[in-house]
Design a protein around this ligand. Sequence first.
Ligand code: ADP
Ligand SMILES: O=P(O)(O)O[C@H]1O[C@H](CO)[C@@H](O[C@H]2O[C@H](CO)[C@@H](O)[C@H](O)[C@H]2O)[C@H](O)[C@H]1O
Length: 466
Amino acid sequence: MSEAVTRAAVTHPGLIASLDPLLREWLPRQRWFAGKGRPVTGFSLVAATELLPPGGTLSLLHLLVRTHQPDVPTQGAVPHPGDCYQLLIGVREALPPRLAPALIGHLEDGPLAGSTVYEALHDPRATAVLLEAIRTRARIGPLRFEGDARQTIREGLVPRLVTSEQSNSSVVYGDTFILKLLRRIVPGVNPDLELPLALAREGCPRVPAPAGWLLADLDGLDDSYVLAVLQPYLRGAADGWELALRELAKGEDFTAQARALGRATAEVHTALARALPTVTLGQARIRLLVDGMARRLEAAAQAVPALRPYAPGLRSAFDALAALATEGRTWIAQRIHGDLHLGQCLRSPSGSWSLIDFEGEPSKPLAERRMPQPTVRDIAGMLRSFDYAAHSAGPPAPEWAAGCRAAYCSGYAEVAGRDPRTEPVLLRAYETDKAVYEVLYEARHRPDWLPVPMAAIRRLSADATP
Ligand SMILES: Nc1ncnc2c1ncn2[C@@H]1O[C@H](COP(=O)(O)OP(=O)(O)O)[C@@H](O)[C@H]1O
Ligand SMILES: O=P(O)(O)O[C@H]1O[C@H](CO)[C@@H](O[C@H]2O[C@H](CO)[C@@H](O)[C@H](O)[C@H]2O)[C@H](O)[C@H]1O
């Protein structure tokens, strides 16, 4: 490792250098590593912080590292600086058998040669340190642990790592709180903290209110990094995707749930519109939006040949929106969830719905994710999700999807006072954009699922809006 912007409280700088070869092999294999398919040639250290006093049986290193991937596209004349990742690394003389799955490797040189290096999020002794730091509002080097004074965090809650496939990593503490550690991080306000805090201020009960968070302030940067968010854990909750598939498999109706979800979405949108600025989208802004949709379609059709025959029909959805704007129609834009689907909705055993994961689409720049957008974009995401469920569990069930889609829109209208179906042109444009995104996503990540969005592509390309 070379460039070191900040080194805080690292008692063994030599240790950092000796970690390099181990991380180079381990990091690209992680689910949350965003630079897959491109070789990692090295790392720079952005910050290293030792979280426990030296001399104990466990060394706990909080690292922010930047990966070097020379073939990342440049940003104009400026080379891409590489992605920055958050890691929690443990070093012990020997690893207890229960931590074997967390092994990263053994140090070959440096001050702790022979010691074992491992992913410390698996280690309750290590993750307990994070919660205790939030509880006591610790400041360690560049790390600032903060909390909401109105929420009490009991001492000694037992941690366990969530093992489901995630873009980030989460630890549950005593079934009371869940801490999400963001993996790929960028400086600036992160909507995954910003929006739940804004909703909590508005008293909106549909989103678990942040109880604590972790920030990093690095030399030479005006903006902090948001590294982690602690929220109340919704014990016994099931996500909407699981529930929908379960009901489908039983041949059960899901419309009552869909209606409740529509109501919950509208409550969140209404609170966000109160809490944060809204803007009017006129012809120029709609043109930009439509150009973005058309560009994404072109790129997806380049990558996935099956999409090509449908491109003209799909483009007509975008053209119809541009035409309305040219006639003088305007739309209100506000802060929205940004990546809403059934998997982002949790239903508690008492039957109430909560929305989680306000990060937006992590592959997009932060500034873009924080831009006000029409609420119809979230609605289109959910409508696509009902369609996905109806095509993923046995024979396609288009009536089931149609019933859920209608119930969701009705529920939304009951709270928001406007039915998304009164905006068919905008809705079709956003649904088309999402389906195009899904085709690319499935082609890259789950080729067996490609027929699911392709069925929607056929429908949407033929569906000329009046
Ligand atoms: N407040 C919560 N209560 C209960 N489970 C939660 C809560 N927040 C998240 N989860 C669980 O953790 C998973 C990952 O959370 P999410 O915010 O979607 O992370 P990621 O951005 O890594 O996908 C969710 O699918 C859900 O099962
Ligand atoms: O990782 P994220 O949750 O941010 O989202 C990505 O993965 C999702 C799949 O896990 C993908 O969602 C698509 O599949 C879902 C079913 O697995 C379905 O409910 C969604 O409607 C559908 O878009 C999402 O597109 C992708 O960004």
